[in-house]
Design a protein around this ligand. Structure first.
Ligand SMILES: Cc1cc2nc3c(=O)[nH]c(=O)nc-3n(C[C@H](O)[C@H](O)[C@H](O)COP(=O)(O)O)c2cc1C
Length: 172
């Protein structure tokens, strides 16, 4: 019985937030796996991740063009710098209707510039999770990055840690 944080990340920013969220979950005594989305689906040569008895699922990715990344936006990202999740994205994983979502407490997060017109991948992720019968336990939440390829500040990492901890009590 574990929690799981599934993330997509181009330049490592969302990965850092995902790890902070997981640390916050773990601080409440719940074992947690942090898994990159390409690993979950088994992109490339990898074996798909087998998840059982997931008590809490947090899903996060970068905001691209005011929403979730797409094949096109990931192609644009690859032109900026080397990517963590170059092979696939949350959109493709969620389109495969992963059975671990149904009836599971879920939460969605993103990283974004934090400008008034940033948009939010987390809102789109939350809608997709709810469409798969996930039980949303927290509002979709954005964490700010300093720039497109630069990661979150220490303050945002701390906020992510705290957010992860609140998910554990929210799921009860
Ligand atoms: C193609 C592309 C489109 C983007 N569009 C937006 C956007 O609409 N709003 C925003 O806040 N950030 C946007 N960004 C910045 C990303 O949110 C930022 O690169 C991301 O949060 C960094 O996290 P990552 O390193 O995990 O990918 C965009 C980045 C790329 C590469």
């Amino acid at each position: 019985m574990t929690a799981m944080v599934v993330f997509e990340s181009m330049f490592g920013g969302t990965q850092a937030i995902a790890e902070a969220v997981a640390a916050g979950i773990a601080s409440c005594g719940l074992p947690v796996d942090v898994v990159e989305v390409g690993r979950v689906v088994g992109a490339g040569e990898r074996t798909p991740w087998r998840a059982t008895d997931v008590l809490l699922l947090a899903v996060g990715g970068p905001t691209h063009l005011r929403g979730m990344s797409t094949n096109d936006s990931r192609t644009q990202a690859r032109a900026h710098a080397p990517t963590v999740s170059g092979l696939t994205g949350l959109d493709r994983w969620l389109s495969s209707a992963p059975d671990l979502v149904a009836d599971t407490p879920v939460a969605a997060f993103d990283t974004a510039w934090g400008t008034p017109d940033s948009g939010s991948a987390a809102h789109a992720i939350a809608e997709r999770l709810q469409a798969l019968s996930g039980k949303l336990v927290a509002p979709p939440t954005s964490f700010e990055v300093a720039g497109t390829t630069t990661g979150p500040t220490d303050a945002e990492l701390e906020r992510a840690f705290g957010w992860g901890a609140t998910l554990v009590s929210a799921r009860a």
